[in-house]
Design a protein around this ligand. Structure first.
Ligand code: PGA
Length: 254
């Protein structure tokens, strides 16, 4: 599938497999999702993007090509090549057909600085991958009332001087993999705040803002009904095609 510009999808449903899966699973999962989608979203209004672990990118390339799905990476380095043992080159990822790249996930931010994240975004864009920038506060930030300020800083430091298509995923750290989610009002307030931060940066491209953190078939309907939420980034519930299809079913209705 030739990737469409970021602004032409109505919404996004992104599967972040983290460090799960194998080749067999990539093949079975993509077939299940493709069959489901061809019956329920024949016009591809919802972008379905699989982000498997790096070693599965070649398997994703073959399977997603057959299934007309999109795929991306979970991270990339700031440089295209060099003496960086164990890292993933943005140039190599793009050459393997990855068109999206998650950047700044909280599970990596313990050793990634804001500046590194900014340069990773630039490196991904340089290779024509659309960055999916993850931002979100810790429970302590929220408890102390600094969550808006914290997320604003993450958005501004990552995206300043960048005017190219990007996606932002708001993922409160305390909601990831915990089964807890913010209230709908809290999601709405943070998304409105992020929209304002992005407007202040004045990009000429639309920046879809997604929600991530314990999204499931049970809560997705209410979350994506919020007009400021343009999709979801799903971890645990993306790992089986059955639970991911329950989420997709709601995405395709919105
Ligand atoms: P979760 O993970 O859906 O398992 O909470 C989301 C993420 O970390 O992207």
């Amino acid at each position: 599938m030739t990737p469409r510009p970021t602004d032409s999808f109505k919404n996004y449903c992104i599967a972040n497999w983290k460090m799960h899966g194998d080749e067999e699973k990539v093949s079975a999962w993509t077939q299940d999702i493709a069959t489901y989608r061809s019956k329920n979203d024949p016009f591809d209004s919802c972008a379905v993007i699989l982000c498997p672990p790096m070693p599965l990118i070649p398997a994703a390339r073959d399977a997603c090509h057959k299934a007309s799905l999109l795929y991306g990476a979970q991270d990339c380095h700031t440089c295209d090549e060099g003496p960086y043992t164990g890292f993933s080159s943005p140039k190599l990822l793009a050459s393997m057909g990855a068109t999206y790249c998650i950047i700044g996930h909280s599970e990596r931010r313990f050793f990634e600085t804001d500046d590194m994240i900014h340069h990773k975004i630039k490196a991904a864009l340089q290779q024509r991958m659309t960055p999916i920038l993850c931002v979100g506060e810790s429970w302590d930030h929220r408890q102390s009332g600094h969550h808006f300020q914290h997320v604003q800083h993450q958005v501004e430091s990552a995206l300043h001087t960048i005017d190219a298509p990007c996606i932002i995923a708001y993922e409160p750290i305390w909601a990831i993999g915990t089964g807890k989610t913010p209230t709908l009002n809290d999601i709405q307030d943070m998304h409105t705040h992020i929209h304002q931060c992005v407007r202040d940066l004045n990009p000429s491209h639309p920046t879809p803002i997604l929600y991530g953190g314990s999204v499931s078939g049970d809560n997705v309907q209410d979350i994506v009904a919020l007009t400021c939420v343009q999709g979801v980034l799903v971890g645990g519930a993306s790992l089986t095609s059955t639970s991911f299809m329950r989420i997709l079913a709601h995405m395709m209705k919105t």
